[in-house]
Ligand binder design. Structure first.
Ligand SMILES: Cc1cc2nc3c(=O)[nH]c(=O)nc-3n(C[C@H](O)[C@H](O)[C@H](O)COP(=O)(O)OP(=O)(O)OC[C@H]3O[C@@H](n4cnc5c(N)ncnc54)[C@H](O)[C@@H]3O)c2cc1C
Length: 439
């Protein structure tokens, strides 16, 4: 197979140790880059529009417990472990009660929502040959797993990460590591082996399983990075007001903002950035008494396939995943993730009361709700999750080439340039610095 894959998630020229940089944005992307630039003794500053850092990652303490406004954790990796060791920040491992992961089928939580015949189909997937490059994740799923398993298992899993359906997601964009493995083999089993083989064996041994976080939430990581970078960050500055054409800018802002840096300067970059579509996401964290549910199962959470006809896409069982998420043992904290698909974003602007009745209705169908939530925090993200569509994937190459030839002193980096997760952003930031003396 011949999947074209970007050589790095930083679009534009590679970093140069002898240059001085201005990073626009102190979200986790800008903070990771700043951390490594400082370690590599490269001159830089970060400018942030708000008076605080972290971007989407915000942790809030309420009367009943902790609320994460976006990411509730990260998949452990040695890069984040390295940063935390250096900053003396202890990583919080998941609780044993977070082991079970569920997919909803007929409004019931199932660990494996598949029949005996689906199992046979899965085994057969390993003998099938990959013949045509897959454009979308749906094409991959249909070919190897069939429509039913794709809709029942693959799609909800990816909706949980990318907030989009399988047919909307680019296969090499959303599954770049598997696409890379398919460049060497046409079969699924050796492809998975190659993906695993890319991890050095000592790293595999050291690997901690599952989602991790911090005692006081993801905000603790961004806070610690902000403290480490305090001399380099300038607050309350809109990066678009920087006028010096000679500045070496690394834009870590969402594409909706980054496009403005090219307005009336370069139509290709402006249009490609303007075309990045963001799904509007709503995260609703609700605290309940444990006694409020007549049939709750402990676990990490559940994914909800579209055909179940519910509004919630997935639920995280926060107080089962981590300690310190509720102030008393007889409380439950759940985060419900929703997406607003309406053209005029009608849902996003609804009141908290409206969301309350919506999620209570869904939760009642799943767990039997007998009491109202004690507290509810609604976080609305209009530009929540970039859509990893085939057109976004193709645009990476166009934007990379255009930056290199027309704007050699500008880079784009963020959750729309190849990695969406906190772990992926840490790993791709780290990879950029391999040549600059960072281990
Ligand atoms: C609901 C939800 C749940 C998620 N769950 C998870 C999860 O569980 N695990 C996981 O790994 N990931 C998760 N993600 C994804 C992850 O949180 C994001 O991809 C990541 O935080 C994005 O970081 P960023 O720095 O690229 O962008 P942002 O967080 O958007 O940061 C951009 C920064 O730029 C600043 N800025 C904007 N405009 C300007 C300007 N003009 N001048 C200067 N500064 C500016 C902003 O104020 C902000 O600080 C989730 C995302 C959402 C929305």
């Amino acid at each position: 197979m011949n999947y074209k894959l970007p050589s790095s998630n930083l679009l534009g020229n590679p970093l140069n140790k002898n240059k001085s940089y201005v990073i626009i944005g102190a979200g986790i992307s800008g903070l990771f880059l700043g951390y490594y630039l400082k370690k590599a003794n490269v001159s830089f500053k970060i400018v942030e529009r708000k008076e605080y850092g972290g971007g989407l990652l915000q942790s809030v303490q309420t009367e009943y417990g902790l609320v994460e406004r976006a990411a509730n954790g990260f998949i452990w990796c040695k890069e984040i472990q390295g940063i935390c060791d250096d900053l003396d920040l202890e990583i919080l491992a998941p609780r044993p009660t977070s082991k079970a992961r569920f997919i909803v089928k007929n409004k019931k939580l199932r660990k494996i929502p598949l029949s005996f015949f689906d199992g046979i189909r899965l085994v057969q997937a390993f003998t099938k040959k990959h013949q045509q490059p897959f454009e979308t994740l749906g094409d991959f799923g249909d070919h190897f797993l069939g429509k039913k398993i794709t809709q029942q298992v693959l799609e909800p899993a990816f909706t949980g990460i990318y907030g989009a359906s399988a047919d909307q997601l680019s296969f090499p964009g959303a599954m770049s590591k598997l696409a890379k493995a398919f460049n060497e083999t046409a079969y699924l089993r050796p492809a998975f082996k190659k993906m695993r083989g890319n991890l050095a064996s000592d790293e595999r041994k050291k690997r901690a399983a599952g989602t991790h976080c911090f005692k006081n939430g993801m905000g603790e990581l961004t806070q610690r990075l902000v403290e480490y970078l305090k001399d380099e960050i300038e607050w309350n500055i809109d990066g678009r007001d920087l006028k010096d054409e000679k500045d070496n800018l690394i834009l870590t802002t969402p594409a909706t903002i980054s496009k403005d840096f090219f307005k009336n300067q370069n139509e290709i970059l402006f249009e490609n950035l303007r075309a990045v579509h963001y799904n509007s996401m709503i995260s609703v964290t609700a605290f309940f008494s444990k006694s409020a549910f007549s049939r709750f199962k402990e676990g990490f959470g559940c994914l909800i396939p579209k055909k179940e006809g519910l509004h919630i896409l997935g639920i995280l069982f926060n107080s089962c995943i981590f300690d310190y998420r509720v102030v008393k043992d007889d409380l439950l904290s759940l985060t419900c993730i929703l997406r607003d698909d309406t053209a005029d974003l009608k849902q996003l602007n609804q009141t908290d009361e409206w969301f309350k009745s919506l999620i209570v209705k869904d939760l009642d169908a799943l767990f039997g709700v007998e009491e109202s939530p004690l507290e509810l925090v609604v976080s609305r993200w209009k530009d929540g999750i970039p859509l990893y569509s085939p057109s976004l994937y193709h645009s990476w190459f166009t934007m990379d080439e255009t930056l290199k030839s027309v704007f050699p002193n500008r880079n784009l980096f963020g959750n729309y340039t190849g990695e969406i997760s906190v772990r992926g952003l840490a790993q791709s930031s780290h990879n950029l610095f391999k040549g600059l003396g960072i281990k």
